[in-house]
Design a protein. Structure first.
Length: 185
């Protein structure tokens, strides 16, 4: 997929851990997930990497089966808010408010069904069928993909750091303490 590098960086690391050299794979790197879904449906590609809602769309049309779900790789921190320590110091209360709002949102997501979540976010996905949206959110919810709190786990941080280093995206792994400000949580 061409939209973001992180999924491929993580999959490369997972493949290496299984003794597979990702450099030996014949890859198409310049297509979007939508392009890859079409190519899979049309038989032009045998395997594609994608995330929701494309997975649910592929399953709906019988274009393939899930071979590997990245959620099975163990805790991995993907989405974070980034700021310099100086900025956090100058704007501590604003950052703390973002963390509190994130905590409330994560609690709401954990306490509500995928259908309720789909109802809440549907206006942002007007071009997506409601059942596909709900299916996508259900798959993520059932996989435990979303954190229940805004704290960043050491294990998830290290899993992502190892993947980024393994894929050559970063040249060295920074420490958790150098990168994570947990005092706002």
């Amino acid at each position: 997929m061409s939209e973001v590098p992180t999924p491929w960086l993580c999959l490369q690391h997972d493949l290496r851990e299984q003794g597979v050299d990702p450099a030996r794979l014949d890859r198409v790197t310049d297509r979007t997930m939508a392009d890859n879904l079409k190519a899979l449906r049309d038989g032009q590609l045998d395997v594609v990497q994608m995330f929701e809602p494309y997975v649910s769309m592929a399953l709906r049309v019988g274009a393939g089966d899930i071979l590997y779900a990245a959620s099975t790789r163990g805790p991995t921190v993907y989405t974070t808010f980034l700021a310099s320590r100086d900025s956090i110091g100058r704007n501590r209360e604003a950052f703390a408010a973002v963390v509190r709002a994130t905590r409330r949102t994560l609690t709401w997501v954990a306490e509500h069904s995928a259908e309720e979540l789909a109802d809440a976010v549907a206006p942002f996905y007007r071009d997506l069928a409601h059942d596909i949206l709900a299916s996508s959110l259900r798959r993520y919810k059932e996989a435990g993909l979303w954190a229940r709190t805004p704290e960043i786990s050491r294990q998830g941080f290290m899993r992502l750091a190892d993947s980024l280093k393994s894929g050559g995206f970063i040249s060295r792994t920074h420490t958790y303490e150098d990168c994570v400000e947990q005092n706002l949580c």
